[in-house]
Design a protein around this ligand. Sequence first.
Ligand SMILES: [Ca+2]
Length: 340
Amino acid sequence: MKALRIFGTILVCLLVACLVYLYLWSLVFGARFDDLSAAAEARSRQPHYIIDADTANEVDDLFAIVGALARDNRYHYDRPLLVGLTAAQFHTSPLAGSTTALESQRINEQLLKLMYATVPSFPGSDQPLRSATEAQPSPASQFIVAEARKASPEQKLTVFILGSCTNLASAILSDSSIVPNVHARYLGFWYDPATGVYDKKEFNTGNDPAALNLLLNTKGLEFTVMTATSSQALQMTREQLDNKLPADSPVTQYLQKRWDTYDRWWTEADPGKKQWTMWDVASLEAWFNPQFATLENRPAPAENLPRDINVYTAIDSGQMLEQWFMVVDSSLRATAKAIQ
Ligand SMILES: [Ca+2]
């Protein structure tokens, strides 16, 4: 009888221990499951974007890309995710060879390596559109199509165009079903906010006018422009570059070398290259920091589809520049610490 009581007590104790064990594990697994589902939810809302840049044409593209890579963190789903870097042509430059997109691609790859970024990159077409209806397919345009197909009208793919519009225009000509899934953010043409007058005599536009007009004339394509007029206010001095980023960083040194060795062919002003207009930086920073820019709905150019487009009519260039330096400086310092 006594043995039976002892056996019963042991059995009850084991049962209680099992229940406590199961309860504790359910708490742990439940918390983990909540974390995972919250992460999946945040990830599904994460804005995806592509930068399409004519990097080898100028100096400012490099700074815009470095600013974006400094922010990119694949594990912070509340931040925009740079899904790819594509390279654009600039065939009208007096310095242009016959493979300008490939030249841009090479610099893009170097920047990704220097920033330890695992972002895929693709070369675009070396030539502008053949006509308003004929695409120039390329790995870049195919990549844009593939990413845009994954997007939706509610969760659009943002494509920053920092050079000619050839690659996105070719993507749309290849598959027009992507249009409602894409938000084009163009850096180009002049616009006077006071008079509402547009002027398309500008470098990026001139490298593929048919491609830009295709984007402006495409019904349902969300279109935002950081104009040359607004972005020209963003001036960086060489002194700032030398003083505000870590001098021993390979990224700082790469940017300084580009600044020194690039021939500024369009002007003889400022021969010592004491400052540089950071047009492309303005386009990305206005998106990262909307509080530093004024965005307005304005009628599209009269010769294009009658509709409103989004136009940045002013920027706070001082705040934008400070923010760019702060983010890039802290990213370069963190990287240096991590690889020590
Ligand atoms: Ca550019």
